[in-house]
Design a binder for this molecule. Structure first.
Ligand code: 5RP
Length: 224
């Protein structure tokens, strides 16, 4: 099985998971990235079984609309039963590093509203300790240098993601070599830096279910 086939497999596994719960007036939370794109494409096959979606990025919103799936502003939605999204890294506690696609802030907002966060990922995203993948930090542009210095104090090597402006008009600093032995503490510490909008650690609100695509099939994992 290729990596692409494993991504397709987890997208369909997520569809199978939500299918029995779908209702005509249900709105789904949808993430960002190539794995989430696979899920959006699979979802299009059953678009008459639910009402619409809230997207965690403009690119996902565009893809949903292209498939004829209505996209809602989160402010008009009182409940999201499911949020389905990919990840850059996951550990056994379903703590995640996300933000490779710079959509981390909206992803966090949709994840925190959703009742169940289903993470879909290829097995190469599984790690013992988070942090080999650089931790994305969304920053208000004028605070870039200050936040960079504070991230250095936390032990990381931040690098400005050149040419990237988030959907919220901000910039991304990628914190390399961050020591993430305690993901909740690191997430909280970065959140405390003035000028930080959000960081890509999803530990305070981890995934509830991980569907991991492996060469021997899709593994279903819940928080350990
Ligand atoms: C975007 C994300 C993505 O979920 C993450 O980068 C995984 O992407 P892919 O499914 O393409 O590997 O967090 O901000």
């Amino acid at each position: 099985m290729t990596q692409n086939e494993r991504k397709q497999a987890v997208a369909h596994a997520a569809l199978d998971h939500i299918l029995p719960h779908l209702e005509n007036d249900m709105i789904l939370g949808i993430g960002t990235g190539s794995t989430a794109n696979g899920f959006i494409d699979a979802l299009a096959e059953i678009k008459n079984r639910f009402d619409g979606a809230v997207a965690s990025s403009e690119s996902s919103a565009e893809r949903l609309r292209t498939h004829g799936i209505p996209v809602y502003d989160l402010n008009t939605v009182s409940e999201l039963r499911f949020y389905i999204d990919g990840t850059d890294e996951t550990n056994e506690h379903l703590h995640l590093i996300k933000g490779g696609g710079a959509a981390l802030t909206r992803e966090k907002i949709v994840a925190v509203v959703a009742k169940e966060f289903i993470c879909i990922a290829d097995e190469n995203k599984w790690v013992d300790v988070l942090g080999a993948f650089p931790l994305a930090v969304e920053v208000i542009p004028m605070a870039r240098s200050y936040v960079g210095r504070e991230l250095v104090k936390l032990g990381s090597d931040p690098i400005y993601r050149e040419g990237v402006v988030t959907d919220n008009g901000n910039i991304i600093l990628d914190a390399w070599n961050m020591n993430i032995i305690n993901p909740i503490e690191v997430e909280q510490a970065i959140n405390q830096i003035t000028g930080v909008v959000a960081n890509g650690l999803f530990a305070i609100r981890p995934a509830d279910l991980l569907l991991l695509g492996t060469s021997s099939g899709v593994k279903s994992l819940t928080i350990q």
